[in-house]
Design a protein. Structure first.
Length: 285
């Protein structure tokens, strides 16, 4: 029978919150990991206990994760991540659209797609990219230089994962202009995204080649995993939108990061309050 620990995390994890979680989970002991995290040992991991702790955490801005005791990051082989609003702080297409004065129109489609209200991602992307027609390629560089930031904990997560031997895959329904820059900046092992078509330095309002949609993301991760001989339990996948669900479904550690409700409901784990490096606290090595 698997023994579970409970990792609790919050930007301000007060001692009384740890005590509450320990009592609710019937923990046999507590390990304080940092000012923002603690591991509660040998907890009650029944469905009822999990539901109770999840509700408790959401009401107190605390992330909770039931993790099999002895789980090690070095036992994993892959860290797969979405880009927009996961690895980075923005939806790149919305910020590109802002330069053309059409951010509101594009962002409304983005939001609906992320919530899962638009089932055909390819159609939603085609509609959004059409709004970008006529914009200079220089706009993309301005977005990268002035709008794009890594989300909290991103560099620490990537660096530590790679030090532990994991290969890091960035797979995005966004654009190669940004994924390639991030790949070089963070020394990622692979990056896949969509290619914005352009002529003479101006966007045409189209995408070159087949659109990387939800199935495309899943297929990319599947191929990457096969090339490394990685099983599901050796994969950590992180995303925030409906377009990530098929990819997340392939991972033993499926993580919803600041995610839409449809994603939180289906992912195995969630980071609603901790940074991306919160993943590292789940492991005991």
């Amino acid at each position: 029978m698997t023994t579970f620990n409970l990792v609790v995390q919050s930007p301000a994890l007060a001692s009384d919150l740890i005590e509450q979680a320990a009592a609710l989970s019937e923990a046999s002991g507590v390990q304080r990991l940092s000012t923002t995290a603690a591991r509660l040992l040998q907890v009650n991991a029944s469905p009822a206990s999990r539901a109770e702790l999840l509700a408790w955490g959401e009401s107190r801005s605390v992330d909770t994760a039931f993790i099999a005791a002895g789980s090690r990051l070095t036992d994993c082989k892959i860290l797969a991540m979405d880009m927009d609003s996961t690895l980075i702080n923005i939806e790149c297409i919305d910020e590109i659209a802002a330069f053309g004065g059409v951010k509101e129109q594009v962002a409304s489609i983005t939001e609906a797609a992320m919530r899962g209200e638009i089932k055909d991602f390819s159609d939603s992307l085609t509609r959004r990219v059409a709004f970008l027609k006529g914009l200079s390629l220089e706009v993309l560089q301005q977005v990268y230089d002035h709008k794009l930031k890594l989300n909290p904990g991103a560099e620490q997560l990537v660096n530590t994962a790679q030090q532990a031997g994991l290969k890091v895959l960035l797979v995005s329904g966004g654009f190669t202009f940004f994924t390639e820059k991030l790949k070089a900046r963070l020394k990622l092992d692979a990056a896949h995204a969509n290619i914005l078509a352009h002529e003479q330095g101006v966007l045409t309002g189209k995408v070159n080649g087949q659109i990387l949609d939800a199935q495309g993301k899943a297929d990319t991760l599947t191929a990457f995993a096969q090339s490394l001989g990685a099983q599901a339990q050796q994969i950590i996948a992180i995303g925030d939108g409906a377009n990530d669900l098929k990819m997340l479904g392939l991972a033993g550690y499926s993580v919803a990061y600041r995610a839409k409700p449809v994603v939180r409901a289906q992912a195995g784990y969630a980071l609603n309050f901790a940074g991306l490096d919160g993943v590292l606290n789940w492991f005991e090595d």
